[in-house]
Write a protein that binds this ligand. Structure first.
Ligand SMILES: Nc1ncnc2c1ncn2[C@@H]1O[C@H](COP(=O)(O)OP(=O)(O)O)[C@@H](O)[C@H]1O
Ligand SMILES: [Mg+2]
Length: 253
């Protein structure tokens, strides 16, 4: 097995008094894709959002446990959440390019915030990330157009390019294709397989076929608990738990 890049140990998350994630531990190997599946409301987004501390944006949300990024606990009180979000990029369900920014400005925002001003350097970053996000050929002649002028699938690939620009070792995706048509979704799935060469991807999906197609590992959550985690080849063909089997065969969910 590859090195573990991210290790979650006994993660518990509350919204005020309500516990949404209950004692979850999962290791994520470097350069792999891991999926999280489970019925709506089972804590998938909450869990994912803790991994780059974006859960802290919700008043009353609180996480306990450890999330070790290359051995360092990013939940630690001395760790700056802004730094964490630079190491762990995130892509959301609905593509969210910054509305008043061009394609170029969207992709380079992260590096511009880091202080890079040199135009040729910014172009270089933009081309590299747009190529990695399989969008370059479609936008190279219109980089100054608004990001929001693109199709939904292109916007989502722009958001992926934007997340890659700060070169995070880990990329989180929360139902990245659920707002897209089947062809645009397939492009994102293919892109995820390409990204695995350089990144560790953790993707929440309500689409089990998608998990089975793209992921190496899958975790199955119910009511805030991890029911089963393992290689996709086991989870989808030979699950250990009855609940997993019932879910993947459509008996509940
Ligand atoms: N901002 C919030 N405030 C309070 N409760 C929340 C909030 N977000 C989610 N929850 C609750 O936490 C549980 C898990 O939600 P979520 O992580 O969004 O599930 P999933 O992504 O699996 O659909 C649900 O019961 C949901 O109602
Ligand atoms: Mg969700």
């Amino acid at each position: 097995m590859n090195n573990i890049v991210l290790s979650v140990k006994d993660l518990n998350v509350w919204y005020n008094d309500f516990q949404a994630v209950k004692g979850i531990s999962i290791d994520y190997p470097e350069k792999s894709i891991s999926a999280i599946i489970g019925p709506s409301g089972c804590g998938k987004s909450t869990f994912l959002r803790c991994l780059n501390r974006i859960h802290e944006e919700v008043p009353g949300a609180r996480a306990e446990g450890e999330i070790l990024l290359k051995g360092r606990n990013i939940l630690g009180s001395k760790i700056d959440p802004v730094q964490v979000r630079r190491s762990i990029g995130m892509v959301f369900q609905k593509p969210n390019p910054f509305p008043s920014m061009s394609i170029l400005e969207n992709v380079t925002l992260g590096v511009r915030l880091l202080g890079v001003r040199d135009k040729s350097k910014l172009m270089q970053v933009a081309e590299q990330c747009l190529r990695k996000a399989a969008l370059w050929d479609e936008v190279k002649d219109k980089l100054s157009q608004l990001g929001t002028s693109l199709s939904g699938g292109q916007q989502q690939r722009l958001c992926i390019a934007r997340a890659l620009a700060i070169d995070p070792p880990v990329l989180l995706m929360d139902e990245p294709t659920s707002a897209l048509d089947p062809i645009a979704s397939l492009k994102i799935e293919n892109l995820m397989s390409d990204l695995k060469k350089d990144y560790t991807v953790i993707v929440v999906t309500h689409n089990m076929q998608q998990a089975a197609r793209v992921a190496d590992y899958t975790s199955f959550f119910v009511l805030g608990e991890l029911i089963e985690h393992g290689a996709c080849s086991d989870i989808f063909t030979n699950p250990k738990e009855q609940k997993t089997e019932d879910y993947i065969t459509g008996k509940f969910g």
